[in-house]
Design a protein around this ligand. Structure first.
Ligand code: PRX
Length: 647
């Protein structure tokens, strides 16, 4: 057995026996287990009488006849319990200013915003797109939607006008909340201008109102009747707003994410089941206590920012840090400096951030974490991509002072919350392994026919039983939901899309990466097809494109595109210039995160005689490996030599 690192000695769930008892309880009475937790963690306006309804599988329902309001659970109930003065959010701006918002204040802001939305005619079931910087107002916007039963869809501020437009159209959104500009790393990014672009030429006829939070005061264009300042709308509104009580299955949000084919899909989440798991995992995985200062560095545009900024910590009445900026500004010691300043106790970030900060500390010793007092930390977390053992160890030793356990949390946009993760107080950790399923989650590894694979071997990661915070459907496309996540050959198991293995001795899970055409670049999920479509939409230049991933020390995976131009194959400076043009094109179509790291030009792509692009060969070429696969079915084997080299 490899070296295991000890769990915390004191935590909410104490010891492996307590963990096992929870797993056994779920095993004995699955619906009853979740019902018990649903009653403990959520305040219901009207209690549910049934926990799981699987009569329409794979369209599962949880706690369906229970009535609740998510924002009531995150805000009012703490104020009613006399905890209104507790700090909900410590907000730090890009340039280091700090503003504390108490639960009472966050409730008041949320209510004003909820009233403003109602005054604009937004009602239960309507979709509202949120395109906001990291801010208290961004969190309040999500809570305000929840309060009136509107379904929000947050779009990450790094997505382009085109991506934003696609999402507004697909969701049929009636209103959008944005900011004039977003400030990150000392630079202002024009959010409102991107919104104007997305809505240009009547592209989004359902969208009636744009609410603009004034962040920087930078110059923006204004469309009368459509655009409204957030502060003007809210200052006219009362500080109270009766919550809209919704049934537990009411869609709390849509969040678009990439699949292996076609356009991004709108993952639909529920209110009751989702909130339960967001709260429960924040409680058990991070052992959140009143004395903690919790910091999740994700953006609210991703699912991590939903579950572990906007909902989980607030549902528990915790105190959390919300950060506007980037880890490298004004220098790469920013995270450590903020942990020191705010006495952060639980810190949750992504492997990519850790790897880039390792690199920075190597070149600039002044930003090494050892220069900061990080003794407040007690638990660390990792999310979004596999964490390589070297980065794990550095994080453990240099950030956690060899004292803090690391929760390597495996989960997805679709799962709503942690699925496989160590628990503090319970699980000895193994660098690079997300260890064991969260109590009640039936994660397993199977072969292509859905049969269990023995420990020690790799296979397909599935979840055998539905769980409360699972995706409910793909917005507007239930067939795609069934096909993507519940393929017939897998016996009704949820297909995660990842490969994994379990250790023969400990049963610990290790994620080996996606088994579909989805890439994970810096913890951002992207479909190869999406990037290919963006490239070929440059109709003037591009005839054909194929995109693959290759391992990258810093970003986990890097995007490598093979492109055939409509004109002859460029070389030298010309190739560089065209590659640059195409990279910028992709940034404009999707967003800067989708820019290929490398573009190679060929006269053709490796294809079978029936015309299918052989991507596995391209993957080898992108990695710089010699092609060892059988190439006898290739129409044009000579092309491999050409594509093996950078331009
Ligand atoms: O491949 C897995 C990887 O990220 C994918 C989910 O991406 P997304 O929906 O964007 O959600 C990211 C935040 C939860 C998974 O299919 N992934 C996520 N966490 C881990 C991981 N891979 C390995 N280890 C993890 N801890």
């Amino acid at each position: 057995m490899s070296t295991l690192f000890p769990p915390l000695t004191q935590a909410r769930i104490q010891g492996m026996a307590a963990y096992q008892a929870l797993c056994d309880e779920a095993e004995r009475d699955y619906a009853g287990y979740w019902a018990r937790l649903g009653r403990e963690y959520i305040s219901w306006k009207q209690p549910f009488t049934k926990s799981l309804d699987d009569s329409q599988a794979p369209f599962f329902k949880w706690f369906e006849d229970g009535l609740l309001n998510v924002s009531y659970n995150c805000l009012d109930r703490h104020v009613e319990a006399g905890r209104g003065d507790r700090t909900a959010i410590i907000f730090e701006t890009d340039d280091g200013q700090v503003r504390n918002t108490s639960y009472s204040q966050l409730l008041a802001l949320t209510c004003r915003l909820a009233n403003a939305l109602k005054a604009k005619g937004v009602k239960k079931g309507d979709r509202v797109v949120i395109y906001m910087p990291m801010s208290v107002e961004g969190v309040a916007a999500m809570q305000a939607c929840a309060r009136i039963g509107a379904t929000h869809s947050v779009v990450f501020g790094g997505f382009s006008a085109q991506s934003l437009r696609d999402r507004i159209q697909d969701a049929g959104a009636v209103a959008l909340i944005t900011a004039d500009e977003q400030l990150r790393g000392g630079k202002a990014l024009p959010l409102k201008a991107i919104v104007d672009d997305a809505l240009a030429d009547g592209a989004c006829p359902t969208l009636k109102d744009v609410i603009v939070y004034k962040r920087t005061g930078g110059a923006i264009n204004w469309t009368a009747h459509r655009d409204h300042w957030l502060h003007e709308l809210t200052e006219q509104q009362p500080e109270t707003c009766e919550p809209e009580w919704v049934d537990a299955e009411h869609p709390l949000f849509l969040l678009y994410t990439s699949g292996s084919t076609g356009k991004p899909k709108g993952v639909q989440h529920s209110s009751g089941g989702y909130l339960l798991h967001a709260a429960l995992t924040t409680s058990w995985t991070f052992d959140l206590q009143d004395s903690d200062v919790f910091w999740c560095t994700a953006d609210i545009g991703w699912v991590t920012g939903h579950s572990y900024i906007a909902y989980g910590p607030l549902a528990l009445g915790g105190t959390e840090l919300v950060f506007e900026g980037v880890p490298t500004y004004p220098d790469a010691g920013r995270f450590w400096q903020m942990i020191q300043k705010h006495k952060v106790t639980v810190f949750y970030t992504a492997p990519t951030a850790i790897r880039s900060l390792i690199k920075a500390a190597e070149t600039t010793p002044a930003v090494h974490p050892k220069n900061y007092d990080l003794s407040s930390l007690r638990i660390l977390g990792s999310v979004g991509e596999p964490i390589n053992p070297a980065a794990w160890l550095w994080y453990y030793e240099n950030v956690g002072g060899s004292r803090c356990p690391i929760m390597d949390t495996w989960w997805q946009t679709e799962t709503g919350g942690h699925m496989i993760t160590p628990l503090p107080g319970v699980t000895p950790q193994l660098p690079g392994s997300c260890t064991l399923p969260f109590p009640g989650i039936q994660a397993a590894i199977v072969d292509e026919t859905g049969h269990d694979v023995p420990n020690g071997q790799g296979g397909i990661l599935v979840v055998k039983k539905p769980w409360p915070s699972m995706i409910r459907t793909i917005w507007g496309d239930p067939e795609r939901y069934k096909k993507s996540y519940f393929p017939e050959e897998l016996k009704g198991y949820y297909l995660a899309g990842d490969g994994a293995s379990r250790a023969a001795d400990t049963g610990y899970f290790t994620i080996t990466g996606r088994i579909d055409d989805v890439l994970n670049v810096s913890g951002h999920r992207m479909g190869t097809m999406e990037i290919e479509s963006a490239l070929v939409s440059h109709t003037e230049l591009v005839a054909e494109a194929a995109v693959v991933g290759r391992p990258d020390d810093l970003t986990g995976e890097a995007i490598c595109a093979f492109v055939v131009l409509k004109r002859s194959r460029p070389t030298g400076d010309e190739a560089k210039a065209i590659a640059n043009e195409l990279r910028n094109w992709v940034a404009k179509e999707i967003g800067p995160i989708a820019k290929p790291k490398e573009i190679r030009f060929g006269d053709n792509l490796p294809k079978t005689r029936s015309g299918k692009i052989m991507r596995r060969l391209l993957r080898s070429l992108a990695k710089g490996e010699a092609v060892t696969q059988d190439t006898s079915t290739l129409e044009n084997p000579a092309i491999l030599d050409q594509l093996a080299k950078a331009n």
